[in-house]
Design a protein around this ligand. Structure first.
Ligand code: PLP
Length: 218
């Protein structure tokens, strides 16, 4: 058994069956992704569109590709043919472009709204108020080729587990407050290598794990 296979197995036994594991493979070469694939992993997350396109072109076609990084509107077209879930949507403008490009390929692209939860200053993500405004907007409701499936958040980069827990609890509370009004919200994407156990305790349904599977990145 190789390291990647062993790491995957260790993670799988530590997360509940109904939590989706996204193997974050950014910067890693295809041969390492293939080790995870051969161990049964089918969901991969990348943060750069060009890199994801190159991997998609060479790898088996039954992989679900997730874009977990910030997306520039003018690059959506390169991944519209195959991307399954875009985690970090934070504007109506981006949603409209995703919809337009998805339509060209006769597809539906799943999206998550990135919510700003970190205490530290972060450039990306919606406030809770902005997320509600987006979900309520007629313009968004009329987009036929996107499906907003849930929320995504990133905690502050810190060793303070209490702070991380507070931030994850905040997005979980917001998620729970809105799932009855917006039943399409089913996914809560929180948790990375350093904090996924806290995230699962806080109700995560999808964890994005890179270095604990593939090793540290350069
Ligand atoms: C890189 C990245 C991850 C995975 O980080 P690890 O600490 O290696 O698990 C998760 N989410 C996002 C948005 C990332 O950019």
């Amino acid at each position: 058994m190789n390291d990647i296979e062993r790491n995957l197995q260790d993670i799988q036994i530590s997360i509940p069956k109904d939590v989706t594991l996204v193997a974050v493979s950014k910067t890693k070469p295809v041969n390492e992704l293939m080790k995870a694939y051969e161990a049964g992993q089918r969901v991969f997350g990348e943060n750069k569109i060009q890199e994801m396109v190159e991997k998609w072109e060479t790898m088996p076609k039954d992989i679900s590709w997730h874009m977990i990084g910030h997306v520039q509107t003018n690059k959506v077209k390169y991944m519209a043919q195959f991307v399954d879930l875009i985690h970090a949507v934070d504007s109506i403008k981006l949603l409209k472009e995703i919809n337009k490009q998805a339509k060209k390929h006769n597809r539906t692209i799943h999206c998550l709204l990135q919510i700003k939860i970190a205490e530290e200053e972060s450039k990306f993500g919606l406030t809770e108020e902005d997320a509600i405004a987006l979900l309520d907007s007629e313009e968004v409701k009329n987009l036929t080729n996107i499906h907003i499936q849930g929320l995504m958040g990133m905690a502050t980069f810190t060793n303070d587990e209490n702070q991380i827990k507070t931030e994850f609890e905040k997005i979980k509370t917001f998620f729970d407050q809105n799932t009855s009004k917006y039943p399409e919200l089913r996914v809560l994407s929180i948790g990375m290598s350093g904090d996924y156990k806290i995230a699962i305790d806080c109700g995560s349904t999808m964890v994005r794990i890179g270095s604990s599977i593939f090793g540290a990145r350069d």
